[in-house]
Design a protein around this ligand. Structure first.
Ligand code: HPA
Length: 277
């Protein structure tokens, strides 16, 4: 079912684009991080409601549109706004959205998100590359019949966050004098933020950052053979690490503050990728 659904979605996306446009990089933007879309030389901006199988996020800070065009000369498809399982999003939508990027031609997927820090040495305002994750969402987007045309039944998860791409990001960050952290992302279902006891437990489990997104998309992308790279914007310390009450709005404000730096980092990455095409 999803294979046909992916085809349908890609047929619609392609109908908005010149035939010779083959996107190389898929981008999924997190809450409050939609600004990047404005830096793309746009060929098309398609509302999710016009793409079969795509699902509009109910969360403030997510635009719900696909932007296609050139970022620093690199052909990209950018999802401005993502869906989360805590919204009650059908798993099929999540599958179609990620697989459509791959099916349209994107070999690499770049994801951004907002995350809380579980590491006292990584304060809010930093950017962190994800080097590994712990899936604590109690859900895996690959549960159900497997379609071998998309990917294999069982997949190794030891080399998910591409080492060469992370190296590239570090090199680029160095040219910007930017301190780029690297750590383990702990994926929770949400929508509640964590209790202080949960945060204490997750820190012991080896996590550096926590958030309610990204993990299912990363699993789907890895399953269909995409290279994955992911940057978290650290918006807050985990619950109980400091004396404050967490709010989504506060995270959106923080991501907006950091968005310029993130946009610069991603633009330099896209330029480098375009130069190596
Ligand atoms: N917990 C879960 N998700 C988040 C957080 C957090 O502290 N910050 C941003 N997204």
């Amino acid at each position: 079912m999803t294979y046909e659904a992916v085809h349908q979605a890609v047929t619609v996306i392609r109908s908005y684009l010149p035939e010779d446009f083959i996107p190389k990089l898929g981008i999924i933007l997190g809450s409050g991080l939609g600004d990047l879309g404005e830096h793309i030389d746009q060929l098309a901006c398609i509302s999710y409601k016009d793409i079969p199988g795509f699902h509009i996020s109910s969360v403030p800070g997510h635009a719900g549109q696909l932007v296609a065009g050139y970022l620093q000369g690199l052909p990209v498809l950018c999802l401005q706004g993502r869906v989360h399982f805590y919204e009650g999003t059908p798993v099929d939508s999540m599958r179609v959205m990620v697989r459509a990027l791959q099916h349209a031609g994107c070999e690499t997927l770049l994801l951004t998100n907002a995350a809380g820090s579980l590491n006292a040495d990584v304060p809010p305002g930093r950017l962190m590359l994800i080097k590994d994750h712990i899936n604590f969402q109690a859900i895996n987007p690959l549960v159900g019949p497997n379609d071998e045309r998309i990917g294999p039944r069982f997949i190794a998860m030891n080399k998910v966050y591409d080492e060469d791409l992370r190296k590239k990001f570090h090199e680029i960050a160095a040219t910007m004098d930017l301190k780029l952290e690297e750590g383990v992302y702990f994926g929770v279902l949400g929508p509640t933020f964590e209790t202080p006891a949960e945060i204490r437990a997750f820190r012991i489990l080896g996590a550096d950052a926590i958030g309610m997104s990204t993990v299912p998309e990363v699993i789907l992308a890895h399953h269909c053979g995409m290279k994955v790279v992911c940057v978290s914007v650290i918006t807050n310390y985990g619950s109980g690490m400091v004396d404050e009450v967490l709010t989504h709005e506060q995270h959106v404000v923080m991501t907006k503050m950091m968005s310029g730096t993130l946009v610069e980092l991603v633009q330099r990455f896209a330029k480098d990728m375009a130069n190596h095409e």
